[in-house]
Design a protein around this ligand. Sequence first.
Ligand code: PLP
Length: 402
Amino acid sequence: MKNFNPADNIQDLQYFGEFGGVNPSISDSSTYTFLSAKTMFDTFEGNMEGCYLYSRHSSPSNLYLDKALAAMEGTETANVSASGMGAITPTLLQLCGTGDHIVSSRTIYGGTYAFLKNFTPRLGIKTTFVDITKLDVVEAAITPETKVLYCETVSNPLLEVADIEGLSKIAKRHNLTLVVDNTFSPLSVSPARLGADIVIHSLTKYINGSSDTVGGVTCASREFIDSLKNVNSGASMLLGPTMDSLRSASVMKNLRTLHIRMKQHSHNAMYLAQRFEKDGLKTVYPGLESHPSHEIYKTMINPEYGFGGMMTLDIGTLAKANELMELMQAKNLGYLAVSLGFYKTLFSAPGTSTSSEIPLEEQIEMGLTDGLIRFSIGLDNNIERSYQMMRACMMELNILIS
Ligand code: PLP
């Protein structure tokens, strides 16, 4: 991990606009002209560098953002998409076809879970869901048909940590592609440096950070990204989840402050997690020594960006969790909303929201309890003040007694 700093890699890029602007010009075109028909043909065939054909394939603005995100993750290149699911689904469909098998963490974002559980079986792709923290269980689930090992660095919503180096060794032994969704831990963890083959983000969350758009990215080798964009057989090109150029220009501007934001999210989340744990609440945060994967996570992170901004509290019952969230919103401590990475704290009960696609019995098995609240801790300037106000809400509802 020496000499690799994802934020410095972004900072080191230099772009100029068409008229010397300090921001790159936005390409506001869906199609591009050619001076010669031969060049158009060569571009179509993928034999022409630096020429643009049609914006579903690529556009200058998207390529700028691709480049910045590839620099951040330390991969050869990247491909941005219209949403996180618009990155995940083509990536998996490019890697797997009828008869193939995926081994996936069982604690993943509900939409990804639903795609693997309900949608891909229609195409003859099967998935086995496993406890990703148990490497022996992961390896035992691999069959001769397995093509992909899939996980989230820090899982949604249980904040389980995937040992990416350990999983990468298994993937290499069995000739599998290790795909890691790093949405919860940008900058903090660099999965490709730990052996992941493909790194995915929902840009909707921390990377854009302003809850004003959805977006996604697949960071990988040039060979894989070329295959995704192939005009004849590429899942991204053919399914069409293309990010709009105006949006990619705006995500790019927000990306530039990600390092500052991540440090503050991590600082605030660590502060609250330590306080609430001390208060006797069931608190899960990878930065706490009580987190089952704390030691391994410490070795995985780029320490200056901390342990991230996601934390869970188990309030006991859904009714109490709902009361608390409504009260915290009324006191303007944050918003009762799904998603994450906003400047305000966001909270939701995943069992009835972002993970509701997961059947109840499976939620129980994986430890997703009714009273669990998932917090995306915001950029509060005075986190001690926020803590005192949150604590007062808990006292009012008898969640905390003294
Ligand atoms: N991956 C993770 C970890 C998520 O939390 C989400 C959305 O909540 C997604 C992927 C999907 O991203 P999007 O909503 O941008 O399609």
